[in-house]
Design a protein around this ligand. Structure first.
Ligand SMILES: Nc1ncnc2c1ncn2[C@@H]1O[C@H](COP(=O)(O)OP(=O)(O)OP(=O)(O)O)[C@@H](O)[C@H]1O
Length: 393
């Protein structure tokens, strides 16, 4: 049995209309039947473009949004079946680290007060003295000095605030931490430090993570298994190395083909799959395979009518595509879209380019999913959280 198991999880948000009497006129199919397993001590990376339902899925595990259908089982216990008080106690075992460290920390509370809050709610520590000692030990683990206790969130850099967010989760001794875009609000130079910290903590404390990110480089580095989401469903899941070595779903192939390669020689030969069409709305998803409207290999009839289920294609690699094998063997030719060389695309088409003259990506540049709707790290950075290299407090 895996530590965390999701089975057929659906989260459908009603769309209401009407001034006096709210009528439900439709649904946003934010999460539409996700099943996955997370093993103890491992990291499951969840990737997909903005709006594909990653955050809603993470929040549904913590019961921060209601699940329409399906189950979430932690360590053999179905969370939906727990009565209120027991669920509250169970909640301690599942914690979340949020994307925006400043927005998720109360600016009027000092760090001791922020970190004590959850401990008091869950009856951890017999008095404040004992809690303070524990908080100091955790601050040390996340690389912050104990004099941080009396300070306020605005006195810290963005990276330090994310360390505080991690400490807030850790003081409750969770089994699973859901990290929702844990570094996307941070400068690239600080991202690696926070990712390394998460890895060190996992090794030391045996933590289990679900890391949600639109940044393929972040999940690749940290994940044992990666799930790729498109319009509320998983389209592919595989051990991290296998997914990067040989993506099998056309959507994953397109995402991966957009990742710049640091070696210019390889980059010159790289082929890029260009998708046609916009991301459909999760309120009105396409019939059949949800990706068929943009899939370069979509076949008339079957792809538009029959929804593919995730199926095992060997080596723990699961893919939701009727034609994964035929695409891999080259038996199917493109029906739409284009495969072009990365260099032909030119500078304007390569959003990952660092150098405006040559389009050459920097080795440090994390690869972001290039979707029309995708927000960049800069968009998400709170104005006052502009990052400087981390300083000792
Ligand atoms: N409370 C809500 N009510 C109605 N629709 C919602 C609600 N929360 C999310 N949605 C919709 O559900 C879909 C999935 O949103 P979600 O935030 O889970 O996606 P995401 O992949 O995490 O995107 P992002 O990276 O932008 O957060 C979106 O279309 C979003 O507008």
């Amino acid at each position: 049995m895996s530590l965390l198991e999701l089975d057929g999880v659906k989260v459908h948000f009603p769309i209401k209309k009407g001034l006096l009497f709210d009528r439900t006129v439709g649904h946003v199919y934010a999460v539409d039947g996700v099943s996955l397993k997370v093993e103890a001590g491992e990291t499951y990376g969840l990737v997909g473009e903005s709006g594909c339902g990653k955050t809603t899925l993470g929040r549904s595990v913590l019961r921060l949004v209601d699940i329409t259908e399906g189950s979430v089982v932690l360590d053999g216990t179905d969370l939906a079946k727990l009565p209120g008080e027991e669920m509250r106690r169970f909640r301690r075992r599942l914690q979340m680290v949020f994307q925006d460290p400043l927005g998720s920390l109360n600016p009027r509370q000092n760090i001791e007060s922020i970190l004590s809050e959850g401990m008091i709610a869950h009856g951890i520590g017999k008095d404040q003295e004992e809690r303070r000692e524990k908080i100091k030990a955790i601050l040390d683990k996340v690389g912050l000095p104990s004099n941080a206790l009396a300070r306020y969130p605005h006195e810290f850099s963005g990276g330090q605030r994310q360390r505080i967010g991690i400490a807030r989760a850790l003081v409750l001794e969770p089994d699973v931490i859901i990290c929702d875009e844990p570094v996307s609000a941070l400068d690239v130079s600080v991202q690696a430090q926070v990712i390394n910290l998460l890895e060190e903590l996992q090794e030391e404390l045996g933590l289990t993570y679900v890391v949600i990110a639109h940044d393929l480089a972040v999940v690749r580095h940290i994940s044992d298994t990666i799930g790729v989401m498109y319009l509320g469903s998983l389209v592919e899941e595989a051990p991290s190395d296998a997914l990067y070595a040989e993506p099998k779903h056309p959507y994953t192939k397109a995402l991966m083909s957009a990742v710049p390669v640091p070696d210019p020689e390889v980059e010159d030969k790289r082929e890029r799959i260009l998708l046609t069409g916009d991301l459909p709305s999760p309120a009105n998803p396409p019939s059949g395979c949800r990706f068929h409207t943009r899939c370069p290999w979509a076949q008339a009839e079957r792809c538009a009518t029959e929804r593919p289920q995730l199926r095992d294609v060997g080596g723990g690699h699961r893919v939701a595509c009727h034609y994964a094998e035929d695409i891999a063997s080259g038996k199917l030719s493109l029906t739409k879209g284009e495969v072009v060389s990365a260099t032909r695309e030119g500078v304007e088409d390569n959003p990952e380019s660092d150098d405006p003259e040559t389009g050459t990506p920097s080795e440090d540049t994390p690869a972001k999913i290039p979707a029309q709707a995708e927000k960049t790290a800069q968009d998400e950075k709170p104005a006052e959280a502009s990052e400087e290299p981390e300083k000792a407090v």
